[in-house]
Ligand binder design. Structure first.
Ligand SMILES: [Fe+2]
Ligand SMILES: [Fe+2]
Length: 479
């Protein structure tokens, strides 16, 4: 087990003190990170004591410490999972070779791009969620939001550590740029689409943590297979934290489903809105939105970049060990490519037998889709057990896509092609409208800061955190 140093300015298990130059560079980046946090982190809560988990080691038994902390004093640290002795590369052209502790020169640009793309999503989500505390449904949820936020901050540290320690001056410049871009800023936007979308209410927050953080999980799983061992080790530990983010999304959505059904059952028309709840059709629209935005994050269905990442052994498949052929030189992946007829219409389809390596984005997306379905099945069970006939559904992966082979074309949630006029006529049936957004926000106008209370539109969680009761004072407001 690697030694953990928590007493230094930057807690770490990478023996930072032994590399003075690196330590100085990171200590110079730290105040800039804190400035960024104060400017774009949760607004209005920086002086509050929040009951937070802080990573203190990578020990499976006791990797985290729980206590009250003010967010700007959170101990953001650098933790890499312990090395696997004798680890060899598990896929691609370098299959079977020892993993790399340093970046191979010819892969430097590719690896830097992967690290920057991953790193950019971490601060972006903090920026997107910046105002949500002011409309929280409970102290329990408020604390979960902040937990996710500080850990996304730590994930930024994880990527910045790699940039500083392995990519020289370019890496240091990229680390600065990570603090300069801003989610949704037209002049200096974040790198990926979904991370520039506004996340303005708690239904979106739960959809985001359910769908968008789950993209994160699959990207991290693919990167944790990397032949570049420091990337593999850092992403492996990030996955430990990421699990909680998806717990927040999944249980949040389950609690909304539960409450909505309770409210429907008390109304003679089963009208959830009349009872101050989120109606299930609106929930479906937000699901359609965040699911389709998140699908885009996996990249094009047919991708030469994905093929080079795999060939170069820098990014594998999620759980590469569960596949038989780790070179993926043989197989093909059939993809139906829509033929554009102009004006966004589809005139037909062409079946392409895509060489497997070029379809790696789609392979990863497949895993993601079935993982997304699993939680949805649970939600539908809650709805079914309440005696409500509505079912939530994942839309077709063709629906509302802005990257890949379906971009610029129109499909309904079942995946049937539509003319542009038909799409425009029906869009509001499938995606949140301004009035849906206004309605959802109206439910959340008043934040709930009393630990004994829960907003009307969401059920209380089954249990609190870390053995604490649900009505524990998870956030102590400063005044
Ligand atoms: Fe993250
Ligand atoms: Fe996350």
């Amino acid at each position: 087990m690697s030694a953990v140093i928590n007493s230094e300015r930057i807690p770490n298990n990478v023996d930072l003190a032994s590399d003075k130059k690196l330590q100085r560079a990171l200590e110079a980046w730290q105040p800039k990170f804190l400035d960024w946090w104060r400017e774009t982190g949760p607004e209005g809560f920086q002086a509050d004591d929040v009951y937070l988990r802080t990573a203190i080691s990578v020990d499976h038994e006791g990797w985290a410490h729980f206590d009250y902390v003010k967010m700007p004093d959170y101990r953001w640290g650098i933790f890499l999972a312990d090395p696997v002795p004798g680890r060899t590369i598990g896929f691609g052209d370098h299959l079977g070779e020892p993993v790399w502790q340093e970046v191979p020169g010819e892969l430097r640009n590719m690896l830097r791009r992967l690290v920057v793309t991953q790193g950019d999503t971490e601060p972006a989500s903090v920026e997107q969620q910046r105002l949500l505390g002011q409309s929280c449904p409970s102290m329990y949820d408020l604390r979960n939001l902040f937990q996710v936020n500080v850990e996304e901050g730590r994930h930024l540290w994880a990527m910045v550590y790699l940039l500083h320690s392995h990519f020289g001056r370019d890496g240091r410049e990229e680390a600065e740029a990570l603090l300069e871009r801003r989610s949704g800023d037209p002049d200096k936007p974040r790198v990926l689409g979904a991370f520039n979308e506004p996340c303005t209410n708690w239904l979106s927050f739960f959809m985001f943590t359910y769908f968008t953080d789950r993209d994160g999980k699959y990207q991290l799983l693919a990167l944790s297979e990397s032949g570049f061992d420091p990337l593999s080790r850092t992403t492996r530990f990030m996955l430990t934290e990421e699990a909680h983010h998806m717990f927040v999304g999944e249980t949040g959505l389950l609690r909304v489903c539960q409450r909505t059904c309770e409210l429907m059952k008390r109304n003679k028309n089963e009208d959830a809105r009349a009872e101050g709840g989120v109606d299930l059709p609106t929930m479906q629209k937000y699901l359609n939105l965040w699911y389709s935005l998140s699908l885009d994050l996996f990249g094009g269905e047919i991708s030469s970049n994905a093929a080079s990442f795999f060939a170069s052994s820098v990014k594998g498949r999620a759980k590469e060990g569960s596949y038989d052929d780790h070179r993926a030189l043989e197989g093909v992946y059939p993809i139906d490519v829509p033929l554009a007829a102009g004006g966004g219409a589809v005139s037909g389809w062409r079946r392409e037998e895509v060489p497997l390596r070029n379809a790696m984005n789609e392979v990863l997306r497949d895993e993601y889709v079935s993982d997304s379905q699993r939680g949805l099945d649970k939600m539908n069970r809650v709805i079914e057990e309440s005696g409500v006939s509505f079912r939530l559904k994942l839309p077709s992966r063709r629906f509302h896509r802005s990257s890949g082979i379906h971009a610029g074309l129109h499909f309904d949630p079942e995946g049937n092609p539509l003319s542009k006029a038909e799409w425009e006529r029906r869009r509001d049936d499938w995606l949140p409208t301004a009035s849906d957004e206004a309605y959802v926000r109206s439910l959340m106008e008043k934040p709930v800061y009393d630990p004994k209370q829960m907003a009307n539109w969401i059920a209380a969680p089954a249990r609190g955190l870390k053995g604490k009761p649900v009505d524990f004072e998870y956030v102590r407001r400063s005044g």
